[in-house]
Design a protein. Structure first.
Length: 311
Protein backbone atom coordinates (compact mmCIF):
# COMPACT_ATOMS: atom_id res chain seq x y z
CA UNK A 1 0.00 0.00 0.00
CA UNK A 2 1.21 3.49 -0.81
CA UNK A 3 1.80 5.78 2.17
CA UNK A 4 0.92 9.45 1.72
CA UNK A 5 2.89 11.99 3.73
CA UNK A 6 1.55 15.53 3.93
CA UNK A 7 4.14 18.30 4.21
CA UNK A 8 2.69 21.22 6.15
CA UNK A 9 3.70 24.54 4.52
CA UNK A 10 4.29 26.08 7.94
CA UNK A 11 6.99 23.52 8.71
CA UNK A 12 9.15 24.46 5.75
CA UNK A 13 11.27 21.48 4.77
CA UNK A 14 10.34 19.48 7.89
CA UNK A 15 8.19 16.35 7.59
CA UNK A 16 6.04 14.79 10.34
CA UNK A 17 7.96 12.51 12.70
CA UNK A 18 5.21 9.86 12.40
CA UNK A 19 6.23 9.36 8.77
CA UNK A 20 9.85 8.42 9.54
CA UNK A 21 9.28 4.62 9.68
CA UNK A 22 7.50 4.66 6.31
CA UNK A 23 10.19 6.81 4.73
CA UNK A 24 12.95 4.53 6.00
CA UNK A 25 11.20 1.42 4.67
CA UNK A 26 10.21 2.96 1.33
CA UNK A 27 11.31 1.39 -1.91
CA UNK A 28 10.89 4.79 -3.54
CA UNK A 29 9.76 8.30 -2.54
CA UNK A 30 7.72 10.36 -5.00
CA UNK A 31 7.07 14.08 -4.50
CA UNK A 32 4.37 16.27 -5.98
CA UNK A 33 5.86 19.05 -8.13
CA UNK A 34 4.12 21.66 -5.98
CA UNK A 35 5.98 20.61 -2.87
CA UNK A 36 8.58 22.91 -1.32
CA UNK A 37 12.04 22.05 -2.61
CA UNK A 38 13.53 21.34 0.81
CA UNK A 39 10.83 18.85 1.76
CA UNK A 40 11.19 17.06 -1.59
CA UNK A 41 14.98 16.76 -1.47
CA UNK A 42 16.09 13.36 -2.79
CA UNK A 43 12.62 12.37 -3.96
CA UNK A 44 11.57 11.56 -7.51
CA UNK A 45 8.93 13.65 -9.26
CA UNK A 46 5.45 12.20 -9.11
CA UNK A 47 3.65 12.23 -12.46
CA UNK A 48 0.17 12.25 -10.96
CA UNK A 49 -0.45 8.51 -11.23
CA UNK A 50 -3.39 7.36 -9.09
CA UNK A 51 -1.89 6.54 -5.67
CA UNK A 52 -4.07 3.43 -5.48
CA UNK A 53 -2.31 1.98 -8.53
CA UNK A 54 1.21 2.57 -7.22
CA UNK A 55 3.09 -0.52 -5.96
CA UNK A 56 3.51 -1.26 -2.28
CA UNK A 57 6.41 0.42 -0.54
CA UNK A 58 6.01 3.74 -2.35
CA UNK A 59 5.82 6.87 -0.19
CA UNK A 60 4.11 9.86 -1.76
CA UNK A 61 4.93 13.39 -0.54
CA UNK A 62 2.23 15.98 -1.17
CA UNK A 63 1.55 19.52 0.08
CA UNK A 64 -1.28 20.29 2.49
CA UNK A 65 -4.66 20.50 0.74
CA UNK A 66 -3.68 18.09 -2.04
CA UNK A 67 -6.50 15.71 -3.12
CA UNK A 68 -4.27 12.74 -2.25
CA UNK A 69 -4.03 13.91 1.37
CA UNK A 70 -7.12 12.06 2.53
CA UNK A 71 -7.71 11.33 6.22
CA UNK A 72 -8.20 7.61 5.48
CA UNK A 73 -4.67 7.25 4.13
CA UNK A 74 -1.62 6.64 6.35
CA UNK A 75 -0.15 9.97 7.42
CA UNK A 76 -2.91 11.59 5.40
CA UNK A 77 -3.58 14.41 7.86
CA UNK A 78 -0.88 16.47 9.52
CA UNK A 79 -2.06 19.36 11.69
CA UNK A 80 -0.02 22.57 11.71
CA UNK A 81 2.25 22.74 14.75
CA UNK A 82 1.05 24.55 17.85
CA UNK A 83 2.21 28.15 17.63
CA UNK A 84 2.27 28.26 13.83
CA UNK A 85 0.10 31.39 13.78
CA UNK A 86 2.80 33.25 15.72
CA UNK A 87 4.97 32.95 12.61
CA UNK A 88 2.23 34.70 10.64
CA UNK A 89 2.08 37.45 13.27
CA UNK A 90 5.85 37.91 13.03
CA UNK A 91 5.61 38.14 9.24
CA UNK A 92 2.83 40.74 9.45
CA UNK A 93 4.83 42.80 11.97
CA UNK A 94 7.86 42.64 9.69
CA UNK A 95 5.78 43.82 6.73
CA UNK A 96 4.32 46.74 8.69
CA UNK A 97 7.73 47.86 9.87
CA UNK A 98 9.59 47.41 6.56
CA UNK A 99 9.87 49.93 3.68
CA UNK A 100 6.53 50.15 1.91
CA UNK A 101 4.68 49.20 5.10
CA UNK A 102 2.85 51.45 7.55
CA UNK A 103 4.36 54.94 8.15
CA UNK A 104 3.08 55.02 11.75
CA UNK A 105 4.57 51.63 12.61
CA UNK A 106 7.86 52.61 10.99
CA UNK A 107 8.20 55.70 13.21
CA UNK A 108 7.71 53.97 16.56
CA UNK A 109 10.48 53.46 19.09
CA UNK A 110 10.73 51.52 22.35
CA UNK A 111 9.95 54.74 24.21
CA UNK A 112 6.98 55.79 22.06
CA UNK A 113 5.45 52.31 22.50
CA UNK A 114 5.69 52.35 26.30
CA UNK A 115 2.23 53.73 26.94
CA UNK A 116 0.66 51.11 24.70
CA UNK A 117 2.49 48.35 26.54
CA UNK A 118 1.13 49.57 29.87
CA UNK A 119 -2.40 50.09 28.50
CA UNK A 120 -2.58 46.64 26.91
CA UNK A 121 -1.34 44.94 30.08
CA UNK A 122 -4.02 46.67 32.14
CA UNK A 123 -6.71 45.80 29.59
CA UNK A 124 -5.62 42.16 29.78
CA UNK A 125 -5.71 42.41 33.58
CA UNK A 126 -9.29 43.70 33.43
CA UNK A 127 -10.39 40.97 31.00
CA UNK A 128 -9.10 38.38 33.47
CA UNK A 129 -10.81 40.14 36.39
CA UNK A 130 -14.09 40.26 34.46
CA UNK A 131 -13.86 36.63 33.38
CA UNK A 132 -14.54 37.73 29.81
CA UNK A 133 -13.14 34.96 27.59
CA UNK A 134 -13.65 36.89 24.35
CA UNK A 135 -11.81 39.92 25.68
CA UNK A 136 -9.15 37.70 27.22
CA UNK A 137 -8.28 36.20 23.84
CA UNK A 138 -8.19 39.61 22.15
CA UNK A 139 -6.13 41.28 24.87
CA UNK A 140 -3.62 38.41 24.90
CA UNK A 141 -3.16 39.14 21.20
CA UNK A 142 -2.62 42.83 21.91
CA UNK A 143 0.04 42.03 24.51
CA UNK A 144 1.69 39.62 22.06
CA UNK A 145 1.73 42.45 19.52
CA UNK A 146 3.72 44.58 21.94
CA UNK A 147 6.32 41.81 22.34
CA UNK A 148 6.62 41.34 18.57
CA UNK A 149 6.72 45.11 17.96
CA UNK A 150 9.51 45.71 20.48
CA UNK A 151 11.48 42.74 19.16
CA UNK A 152 11.17 44.09 15.61
CA UNK A 153 12.34 47.53 16.70
CA UNK A 154 15.24 45.92 18.60
CA UNK A 155 16.32 44.11 15.43
CA UNK A 156 17.05 47.48 13.79
CA UNK A 157 19.46 48.73 16.46
CA UNK A 158 22.71 49.80 14.75
CA UNK A 159 25.09 48.47 17.42
CA UNK A 160 23.28 45.76 19.37
CA UNK A 161 20.49 44.26 17.25
CA UNK A 162 18.40 41.27 18.34
CA UNK A 163 15.09 39.91 17.10
CA UNK A 164 12.31 37.65 18.28
CA UNK A 165 14.39 34.44 18.08
CA UNK A 166 16.99 35.50 20.68
CA UNK A 167 14.13 36.73 22.86
CA UNK A 168 12.39 33.34 22.65
CA UNK A 169 15.66 31.45 23.09
CA UNK A 170 16.46 33.44 26.21
CA UNK A 171 13.00 32.64 27.59
CA UNK A 172 13.44 28.92 26.91
CA UNK A 173 16.86 28.91 28.56
CA UNK A 174 15.44 30.73 31.59
CA UNK A 175 12.47 28.38 31.99
CA UNK A 176 14.59 25.27 31.61
CA UNK A 177 17.31 26.57 33.93
CA UNK A 178 14.86 27.53 36.65
CA UNK A 179 12.97 24.23 36.52
CA UNK A 180 15.74 21.68 37.10
CA UNK A 181 13.17 19.38 38.75
CA UNK A 182 11.36 19.20 35.39
CA UNK A 183 14.14 19.36 32.81
CA UNK A 184 17.06 18.06 34.86
CA UNK A 185 17.71 14.91 36.85
CA UNK A 186 17.87 14.25 40.55
CA UNK A 187 16.26 17.41 41.96
CA UNK A 188 12.73 17.15 43.30
CA UNK A 189 10.21 19.87 44.22
CA UNK A 190 7.17 18.74 46.21
CA UNK A 191 5.03 21.89 46.43
CA UNK A 192 4.44 25.21 44.69
CA UNK A 193 5.89 26.97 47.75
CA UNK A 194 9.08 24.94 47.43
CA UNK A 195 9.34 25.90 43.78
CA UNK A 196 8.77 29.57 44.63
CA UNK A 197 11.71 29.50 47.04
CA UNK A 198 13.87 27.53 44.62
CA UNK A 199 13.05 29.99 41.82
CA UNK A 200 14.34 32.86 43.97
CA UNK A 201 17.52 30.96 44.83
CA UNK A 202 18.23 30.18 41.18
CA UNK A 203 17.45 33.76 40.14
CA UNK A 204 19.80 35.24 42.74
CA UNK A 205 22.61 32.97 41.62
CA UNK A 206 21.93 33.64 37.94
CA UNK A 207 21.66 37.43 38.30
CA UNK A 208 24.43 37.65 40.92
CA UNK A 209 22.31 40.09 42.89
CA UNK A 210 23.92 42.10 45.65
CA UNK A 211 20.69 43.20 47.35
CA UNK A 212 17.44 41.49 48.27
CA UNK A 213 15.60 44.23 46.39
CA UNK A 214 17.66 44.06 43.19
CA UNK A 215 15.39 43.48 40.23
CA UNK A 216 12.25 44.97 41.79
CA UNK A 217 10.64 47.14 39.11
CA UNK A 218 10.22 50.55 40.73
CA UNK A 219 8.00 51.75 37.87
CA UNK A 220 5.12 49.49 38.92
CA UNK A 221 2.09 50.94 40.78
CA UNK A 222 3.00 52.13 44.27
CA UNK A 223 0.82 49.63 46.18
CA UNK A 224 2.27 46.71 44.21
CA UNK A 225 5.77 48.15 44.66
CA UNK A 226 5.36 48.39 48.44
CA UNK A 227 4.06 44.82 48.56
CA UNK A 228 6.93 43.50 46.46
CA UNK A 229 9.56 45.28 48.56
CA UNK A 230 7.98 43.95 51.75
CA UNK A 231 7.92 40.41 50.35
CA UNK A 232 11.54 40.51 49.19
CA UNK A 233 12.88 41.97 52.43
CA UNK A 234 10.85 39.57 54.59
CA UNK A 235 12.49 36.67 52.78
CA UNK A 236 15.83 38.27 53.56
CA UNK A 237 14.93 38.33 57.28
CA UNK A 238 14.15 42.04 57.68
CA UNK A 239 12.13 42.47 60.90
CA UNK A 240 8.71 44.07 60.57
CA UNK A 241 9.57 46.90 62.96
CA UNK A 242 11.95 48.28 60.30
CA UNK A 243 9.15 48.91 57.83
CA UNK A 244 8.56 52.64 57.22
CA UNK A 245 7.25 54.36 60.35
CA UNK A 246 5.49 57.68 60.78
CA UNK A 247 1.92 58.88 60.50
CA UNK A 248 2.06 60.33 56.99
CA UNK A 249 -0.27 58.89 54.37
CA UNK A 250 2.65 57.36 52.46
CA UNK A 251 4.01 55.53 55.50
CA UNK A 252 0.57 54.31 56.52
CA UNK A 253 -0.24 53.10 53.02
CA UNK A 254 3.13 51.33 52.78
CA UNK A 255 2.61 49.54 56.10
CA UNK A 256 -0.92 48.50 55.14
CA UNK A 257 0.26 47.15 51.77
CA UNK A 258 3.19 45.38 53.44
CA UNK A 259 1.14 43.74 56.20
CA UNK A 260 -1.50 42.63 53.69
CA UNK A 261 1.16 41.06 51.47
CA UNK A 262 2.96 39.38 54.35
CA UNK A 263 -0.37 38.07 55.61
CA UNK A 264 -0.93 36.19 52.36
CA UNK A 265 -3.12 38.78 50.62
CA UNK A 266 -2.62 40.89 47.50
CA UNK A 267 -3.01 44.59 48.36
CA UNK A 268 -3.03 45.70 44.72
CA UNK A 269 -5.84 43.27 43.92
CA UNK A 270 -7.73 44.21 47.09
CA UNK A 271 -7.56 47.93 46.33
CA UNK A 272 -8.55 47.36 42.70
CA UNK A 273 -11.58 45.37 43.85
CA UNK A 274 -12.75 48.21 46.08
CA UNK A 275 -12.05 50.81 43.39
CA UNK A 276 -13.97 48.90 40.73
CA UNK A 277 -16.93 48.35 43.09
CA UNK A 278 -16.93 52.10 43.82
CA UNK A 279 -16.86 52.79 40.07
CA UNK A 280 -19.90 50.54 39.59
CA UNK A 281 -21.86 52.26 42.38
CA UNK A 282 -21.09 55.73 40.93
CA UNK A 283 -22.37 54.62 37.53
CA UNK A 284 -25.48 53.02 39.05
CA UNK A 285 -26.35 56.20 41.00
CA UNK A 286 -25.86 58.39 37.93
CA UNK A 287 -28.00 56.06 35.84
CA UNK A 288 -30.78 56.06 38.44
CA UNK A 289 -30.70 59.85 38.66
CA UNK A 290 -30.86 60.18 34.87
CA UNK A 291 -33.88 57.85 34.83
CA UNK A 292 -35.61 60.32 37.16
CA UNK A 293 -34.86 63.17 34.79
CA UNK A 294 -31.99 64.64 36.77
CA UNK A 295 -28.67 65.73 35.35
CA UNK A 296 -26.12 63.13 36.62
CA UNK A 297 -23.35 65.70 36.22
CA UNK A 298 -25.00 68.20 38.58
CA UNK A 299 -26.22 66.14 41.53
CA UNK A 300 -26.31 67.63 45.01
CA UNK A 301 -24.91 65.80 48.04
CA UNK A 302 -28.44 64.83 49.10
CA UNK A 303 -29.22 63.51 45.63
CA UNK A 304 -26.03 61.45 45.60
CA UNK A 305 -27.09 59.90 48.92
CA UNK A 306 -30.61 59.27 47.61
CA UNK A 307 -29.43 57.29 44.59
CA UNK A 308 -26.40 55.66 46.20
CA UNK A 309 -26.51 51.87 46.43
CA UNK A 310 -24.76 50.62 49.55
CA UNK A 311 -23.00 47.25 49.26
Amino acid sequence: MTATVVACPRRGAALPAAAVPALRAATAVLADPGLEAGAAAGAQDWDGTDPASLPDGIVLLVPAGHPAARPDRPYGTVAPPTGHAVLDAIAVMDRLRSPGGCPWDAEQTHVSLLRYLVEECYELYQAIEDGDRTELREELGDVLLQVLFHARVAAEHPDDPFGIDPVATGLVDKLVGRHPHVFGTGERVATAQDQDRRWDELKRAEKQRESSVDGVATAQPAVALAAKLASRTARAGLPADLLPGGDGPGEQLFRLAATTQLGGGDPEDALRGVARAFDARVRAAEKAAAADGRDPHALTADEWRRYWQTP
